[in-house]
Design a protein around this ligand. Sequence first.
Ligand code: ADP
Ligand code: ASP
Ligand code: MG
Length: 814
Amino acid sequence: MNVLKFGGSSVANATTIENVIHIVEQQSQQQPLYVVVSAMGGITDLLLQAGEEASVNNENYKNTLAEIEKRHLEAVKSLIPIISQSAIISKVKAQLNTLESLCEGVFLLSELSSKTAAVLASFGEILSSYIIYETAKIKGLDITLKDARDVIIKTTSSKVSIDYKETNQKIKDFADSNTHKICLFPGFVARTQEGEPTTLGRGGSDFTAAILAAAMDAEELQIWTDVSGMYTANPKLVKQAKPVHHISYQEAMELSHFGAKVIYPPTIHPVLEKDIPILIKNTFSPEDQGTLITRKVEDRKKPVTGISHIDDIAIISLEGSGMVGIPGFSKRLFETLFLENINVILITQASSEHSICLAVEASQAENSKTVLDTAFEFEISKHKLDAVKIENEVAIIALVGDNMYHHQGLSGKMFSTLGKNNVNIRAIAQGASEKNISVVIANKDIKKALNILHERFFEVKTKQLNLFITGVGNVGSKLIDQLQQQNKYLKDKLRLKVRVVGMSNSRKMIFNENGIDLDSWQEHLTKGEPANAASFFAKAKEMNLRNSIFVDNTANPDIAKVYKHYLSESMAVVTCNKIACADEYHNYEELQNLSRKFSASFLYETNVGAGLPIIDTLNNLIASGDTVHKIQAVLSGSLNFVFNNYKEGATFYDIVKQAQEQGYTEPDPKIDLSGIDVARKILILARESGNIMELENIENEAFLPAESLDTKNVDDFFTSLKTNEDHFKKILDAADKKECRLKYVAQYEGGKAKVGLQHIPEDHPFYNLEGSDNIVLFYTDRYPKQPLIVKGAGAGAEVTASGIFADIIRIGKK
Ligand code: ADP
Ligand code: ASP
Ligand code: MG
């Protein structure tokens, strides 16, 4: 025979109950069945809520009861043919009346004892089993209903101790007298040795089924629920989680102890002793394989089987010199908690024995503190111990696997994965059996931690990057195009899944944890919320996603100011905005330090030469031990474009206008033409070469007339270019006369840097630079005479976007 248990969601309403009856009917054709059912989903919570409300004189308990009544009557009306309804409805109503009277009693007495709460909670299973029994009988199944309270006897000493001798005897007696193929039992409910009704604790229907299976020596215990087995992590929180088809009792026990509530932990004991396999199945997808739980699992290579978690716990810590070397201290500690029926989920003790740390359910934290403070009152008063400390809003995450035993480096991987994503670990425990490593972290980090650990241990192949993009103009929109276009390549070839989860321009911002649809981002963005840099950051922090990267495609100083906040939250920063790196040295240094301290990449390759690998090349030279002596460069794609195109027949104004329109200049072209932009670039290269330098240390020989330099806005600037055409013409003629070309050259040598317009003769490597090309010559120890040259298109939205793209991928590959 088999024992089948159906959980709350499997019997939540008439439709799902029909499913259950169908499954039972089919299986009963193969062998006799014992079937255990939970209360209809959510009913136990409502029953306990009604009791709580009544106990504090809150009249709302009547509404809660009405809701309970409605759910059950609706089910009866849809499941039972009209002619048979009245008798069944009146029985259901009789139960509901008793329930109401009980709640009235609680209301009048303003008191809810644990015994009364247990009686109230029992109604859920009593009602659901009755309704299912009547429905199945009408459908012609050979079924009987047995009240589990007549056969399952609990000892009073603890929450889940069963008087197995008595219980097994009663089950056998019932089995002997039974003549039906299917026996249906309400789960969860039981009776004490004194004959009082009680329950087996939340989730206890699984336990009912396990007790029956063990007593009857069943061939298999089937737990039917709303997921297709035990997953590598809770599938409601980790989308990538997969069912594990076969696991051991030990693993199931560890996983369920640490929150995988597919099975209730005590369930395993009775069936483990008898070696009865447990099969987890999905009521809503019965054809799925599910999970088989047995004593041993062969042929599994992976060390980690699953990751589970419990939220809403509290850590209690006891500290003080009074504990060191004193035998019996832990005994007193645990005895005190045991006597209060407080379940300890996790224990860690520092090897100095100076402190001990326990995790308990959050609801038991206050009580734990009170009893422990009393138990150790003497030691605390003598200052041998500090008062007991409680820390709330924490959670436990556990890696579980039989094969973790003697597998080195797992905890290191776990901690570094969490650390890299700024998840702070409060306490660590590793079971002596090495089948489990548990850490305590903040509740708010749970989802992120589960996902990064899952990615690390189960999806090594793909990594997800979450982008927060600010600035979707010229460069930003090109970047989005490239991301969209390369999506498949990144996934297939680099195993990177890149999602844009936040997007902002200067007016609006939008967020979507599942990734903004890049086919219609413009449309979404216009409907976004009002944007500003601080709230964009606040939202990114709140979303708390793994591998978050902030991408700045603007030239805005206010946005550059926020980088440090991202880095301090271990979010990477990728930027083409030069302001941060060209700001005062101590700010540049602070960002570098934060990047190191929080292991958050800070990449700005596009600050110099757009997509050209200039900074990367320089960093590699230095990292490999080379020393830079001199850098000579043409670094302004914009000025290059302007001076390459400024010839007889065109005005300087026309050319600058054209450069701006084609995206070759900063939005404010004065930044380029005044030489500031080039000065910033050589400053960044000097700093990357190891020099401490400020922008004012750079000699800048401006070629713009004073009038243009003094303008306050872009329009005035353009007007000044028109009125000063003569000035520009003179500059051009002077170069032409010497058969030279005009190039705006940046130079760094001997710790000094300068920028300015130069006459370049024909034999110079700069002479033939075309269009918006950039060129950099690095003179180093290894390249003393013939410099290392990087040359290519150094401006334009497309190449800048591709440089940002490359920085993003660089982070992804780390
Ligand atoms: P039932 O009502 O059938 O007893 P439960 O709600 O008690 O169902 O247990 C099933 C739920 O357990 C799933 O819906 C899922 O959210 C949760 N769960 C947590 N961890 C896991 C895991 N590792 N694998 C599968 N389910 C899990
Ligand atoms: N109905 C009970 C609960 O919700 C028992 C169970 O479903 O297993 O906790
Ligand atoms: Mg359950």
